[in-house]
Design a binder for this molecule. Structure first.
Ligand code: UD1
Length: 357
């Protein structure tokens, strides 16, 4: 088969990694198109290097802009690339603007489309990711669901016939990287290296960064915690904090540059807890057995809430109590598969390609 992956943002590079390996092992031709949504070295290149993903064949260099301008520029470039490659499958990942643009460009020119990480829902229509997921799922020919909850969401939307439960490709890559960092410690930023007790924090969702009062309240409550907070600063957070005139380095907060993936995994393993609004990090914390506090009022990853491993804390007034809660008694379950999702996806792409011939 000739497979074409469309990626653009940091979490998509992580999801692409185990699939690129599996496609190569199965002897399939694999073309990678990077939209250029994320362009900083620390947000893009280091992921390709650390996770040994082949260089993208094409980078559209789209960059940051409003939703419409960014998505529209991607659509134009992706249509051209998909038409030139004529792949057996176009494959999109997750829920970013790159996912939506890839899905729409592919189906408009009748290219079979597979969606990795299908069926996630927050039911919060103010999140850009929610529109991207719903639209991409309804456009796709093959929906690859990471969890039973995701599969059930797809069934409720009438998409069951095109859906398959495969497990989560992020568990595939996490399993591999965990083993590597336990064997040899990756380079870590000074606060992670030096502190014996800390929490690791990330904030980047528009709902938390874009309103000055909300962002100021989050930063103030992190700064007031009784434990050092290593804050990995996403470019959106840096940009909004600068715009709103907010200082990040005060009180308990120790800001660090965005972490490379091995450093992130090693930091989660060392941390007492994680505070985040990222979907991926909620799951990574859960799988690594580090309690997580999520700065949102809902989550797509409901299974992480079981047993108290993840607690929603949209109201920052409750943050200190939630973050300092005792760890759960029972170990976390493994709801996102066995680390073999990529192999299942290869088999399904092969099977459904044959069925379509
Ligand atoms: C995007 C995704 C989000 C995902 C996140 C992971 C959408 C709508 N959102 O959000 O679902 O969780 O990626 O990181 O697709 N910027 C840089 N350098 C970069 C990338 C971005 O400075 O390499 C800055 C931009 O100038 C802008 C901000 O970050 O100020 C937002 O970037 P954008 O790609 O639009 O969205 P993210 O917030 O990263």
């Amino acid at each position: 088969m000739r497979l074409l992956s469309i990626v653009g943002a940091r979490p998509q590079f992580i999801k692409l990694a185990p699939l690129a390996t599996a496609f190569q092992a199965a002897g399939h031709e694999h073309i990678i198109v990077h939209t250029g949504q994320h362009y900083d070295v620390g947000m893009s290149e280091v992921f390709f290097a650390d996770l040994r993903i082949p260089e993208p064949d094409v980078n559209l260099g789209v960059g940051s802009d409003s939703h419409a301008a960014q998505t529209a520029a991607m659509l134009v470039g992706l249509e051209r690339e998909i038409a030139a490659v004529e792949p057996t499958w176009a494959i999109v990942y997750g829920d970013t603007n790159s996912t939506l643009a890839g899905a729409l460009a592919a189906v408009k020119i009748h290219t079979p489309l597979a969606h990795v990480e299908a069926g996630l829902r927050s039911f919060n229509r103010r999140m850009p990711e929610e529109h991207n997921r719903v639209a991409s799922d309804h456009l796709a020919d093959l929906l690859l669901a990471p969890s039973r909850v995701a599969l059930e969401n797809l069934r409720r939307e009438g998409l069951e016939a095109r859906s398959e439960l495969v497990g989560d490709v992020m568990i595939d890559v996490l399993t591999r990287v965990r083993a590597a960092v336990e064997a040899e410690e990756p380079p870590l930023p000074a606060p992670v290296r030096d502190l014996t007790d800390f929490v690791l924090a990330t904030i980047h969702r528009a709902e938390n960064t874009d309103k000055p009062a909300r962002l100021a309240a989050i930063v103030a409550s992190l700064a007031a915690l009784d434990i050092p907070v290593v804050l990995s600063v996403h470019p959106r957070l840096a940009a909004r904090a600068a715009e709103h005139g907010l200082e990040l380095a005060y009180g308990a907060i120790r800001p660090v540059e965005p972490l490379a993936y091995p450093a992130l995994v090693a930091s989660v393993l060392r941390a007492r807890g994680v505070i985040t609004d990222s979907g991926g990090l909620q799951k990574e914390a859960h799988a690594l057995g580090t309690p997580c506090t999520t700065l949102r009022s809902e989550t797509e990853w409901l299974e992480t809430l079981e047993g108290g491993w993840n607690v929603l804390a949209a109201d920052v007034a409750s943050l200190a109590d939630v973050v300092m809660r005792p760890p759960p008694d029972q170990p976390p379950t493994a709801p996102y598969g066995d680390g073999q999702a990529s192999e299942r996806i290869v088999a399904l792409l092969e099977e459904h390609a044959r069925a379509a011939i």
